[in-house]
Design a protein around this ligand. Structure first.
Ligand code: FRU
Length: 522
């Protein structure tokens, strides 16, 4: 008889839902009849939102109502993390793109704020994705040095007969409460229907602003510089490179120490791609290299041509990192959209649609001959931990499925840290959110050398043919053991492999009664 030993630590998280709710949005209902005809006006606008609706994530950010996509304008200012995001103020499907807003002091509890930058009704201007910076030296002239302005740099997506995407500014002089669109918008325009998602940073060394922006259909990003956020000069382009099966969107460029050594800094260029990513549909990749003030050069080990995927699951897209995080903190922090364009508009949630991943810290580690991004859920999430159970040396025999319910271990939202010794099993792991006929598998596949998430039996999936599947991330055992950190919520599973060198993020829609946790080996 083959037995497999698992040392198993389960931390059950009981989450307090501390949202303060805003009953109305600061935006006019559109007067366009077509919108009503298309059924896009959300019937639940006045609904009594409870945050306990079926599938409502409990420790992931969701808007109170309506459609959400990419995180936008992530910026830290005066003790608060700002989270703006793509938002349809009028319905639960993509449309009327605006920037919605939330703030947090701890990255865990979010306070919902009114829409910050609204769809332009007159000019049919969608407020597409972008970034926000604190203009400490008031280079833009939008504020003053004592209260530096927050400047949002976004894409104006002009709809109409000749669609055009150009980069625009909006600024806040009241700490992000309200934004004013710059009257000379757009600030960067060359009449291109596919030119979007500007991400701006201050280049300390050269004392200038640098923008990286996507040229989606060309599988490229372009770099620009500016002294004042208003006048932009073209620098260079990067791409096509890496994965090019889909369009490129939402770039980010930032510097990180290698293995925490401030004497060895490298640059990371992060780019999203849709479709054709590793788990199908939309996903993200990154390049590691150098930025010399004019161009980005990828540094690759000659032996390795692989694509560096940010996440091996289906549901992590458009991540961008927070700007202006205090130096004393020192972390590079980001959050991604926990959805996939393959089925984003169909996922079965109402009166809101989409969630963000948990905020994660991002580091660069040398593993083998390659530098890799390593992600971890932010430490602040530990404040949600309440009860915990620790199991050690649990053995599972090949072919056995062991439920933990007889030890009173089950749940809908929890965290698990587990170390698995696969011994001679081909596959070993956990069944999560398991019920009579459904479960989500998270396991180690010793034959393939991967950690995988299988959501082919995970619950509701009929809303899209593209939803069911199994997703694998390359995994190396350490001392014969695989270490996993799982974050399970009412409709998602995030798996951090090892020290976070691979991550799998997936939405699932299990019955609320499916709470069993089982161990299995084959
Ligand atoms: C990415 C994206 C961006 C665009 C935004 C529009 O998900 O397509 O490229 O700015 O969504 O909502």
């Amino acid at each position: 008889m083959n037995s497999h030993s698992l040392s198993f630590i389960l931390l059950l998280v009981v989450v307090a839902c501390n949202f303060s709710l805003y009953g109305c949005q600061s935006i006019d209902t559109p007067d366009n009849e077509e919108i009503y005809d298309a059924g896009k006006i959300d019937q639940h606008l006045e609904a009594d939102v409870t945050f306990t609706e079926k599938y409502r994530p409990q420790f992931h950010y969701t808007p109170r109502i309506n459609w959400m996509n990419d995180p936008n304008g992530l910026v830290f200012y005066d003790g608060e993390f700002h989270l703006f995001h793509q938002y349809n103020p009028f319905g639960n499907q993509w449309g009327f793109m605006s920037w919605n807003h939330a703030v947090s002091t701890d990255l865990v509890h979010w306070e919902h704020k009114p829409v910050a930058i609204a769809y332009g009704k007159e000019e049919k201007e969608g407020i597409f994705s972008g970034s926000a910076v604190v203009d400490h030296s008031n280079t833009s002239g939008f504020g003053d040095i004592e209260t530096p302005p927050i400047v949002a740099v976004y894409t104006s997506a002009f709809e109409g007969d000749r669609p055009n995407q150009a980069q625009s500014l909006a600024y806040s002089t009241d700490g992000g409460e309200t934004f004013i669109k710059y009257k000379e918008n757009p600030v960067l325009d060359h009449n291109d229907p596919d030119f979007r998602d500007p991400n701006v940073m201050w280049d300390d060394q050269r004392e200038e602003w640098v923008m990286v922006v996507a040229l989606p259909t060309q599988h490229k990003v372009a770099f620009y510089s500016s002294p004042n956020l208003i006048d932009w000069e073209f620098l260079s382009e990067f791409g096509p490179a890496g994965a090019v099966d889909g369009i490129w969107e939402c770039p980010d460029l930032f510097q990180l120490p290698v293995d925490g050594d401030p004497g060895n800094m490298k640059w990371v260029l992060h780019v999203d791609m849709n479709p054709g990513a590793v788990a199908g549909g939309s996903g993200s990749q990154y390049f590691v290299g150098d930025w010399n003030g004019e161009s980005f050069t990828e540094e690759k080990s000659t032996s390795n041509d692989e694509i560096l995927w940010t996440d091996y699951g289906t549901d992590f897209y458009a991540a961008i990192s927070w700007s202006n995080v205090p130096k004393e903190d020192g972390r590079r922090l980001w959050v991604g959209w926990m959805n996939n364009w393959d089925y984003a508009n169909q996922i079965p949630t109402s009166p809101w649609r989409s969630a963000m991943s948990v905020p994660r810290s991002v580091e660069l580690k040398s593993t083998g001959d390659q530098l890799r991004l390593v992600q971890q859920p932010v430490d602040e999430l530990k404040s949600l931990r309440k009860d915990h159970v620790q199991l050690q040396n649990v053995s599972v025999v090949n072919g056995e499925v062991k439920s933990l319910s007889d030890q009173n271990i089950s749940g809908k939202a929890y965290e698990i840290e587990v170390e698995i010794d696969p011994a001679d099993a081909d596959v070993v792991g956990l069944m999560l959110r398991a019920g009579e006929e459904e479960y989500t598998l998270v396991g180690y596949d010793a034959v393939k050398g991967t950690t995988y998430v299988d959501r082919t039996q995970s619950g509701e999936s009929g809303f899209s043919d593209l939803f069911e599947g199994r997703y694998d991330a390359p995994t190396r055992l350490e001392n014969g053991v695989v270490k996993l950190h799982l974050l399970v919520d009412w409709s998602s599973v995030e798996v951090f492999v090892g020290d976070g060198e691979a991550v799998l993020t997936n939405r699932i829609f299990p019955d609320p009664q499916s709470r069993d946790i089982r161990l299995f080996a084959e």
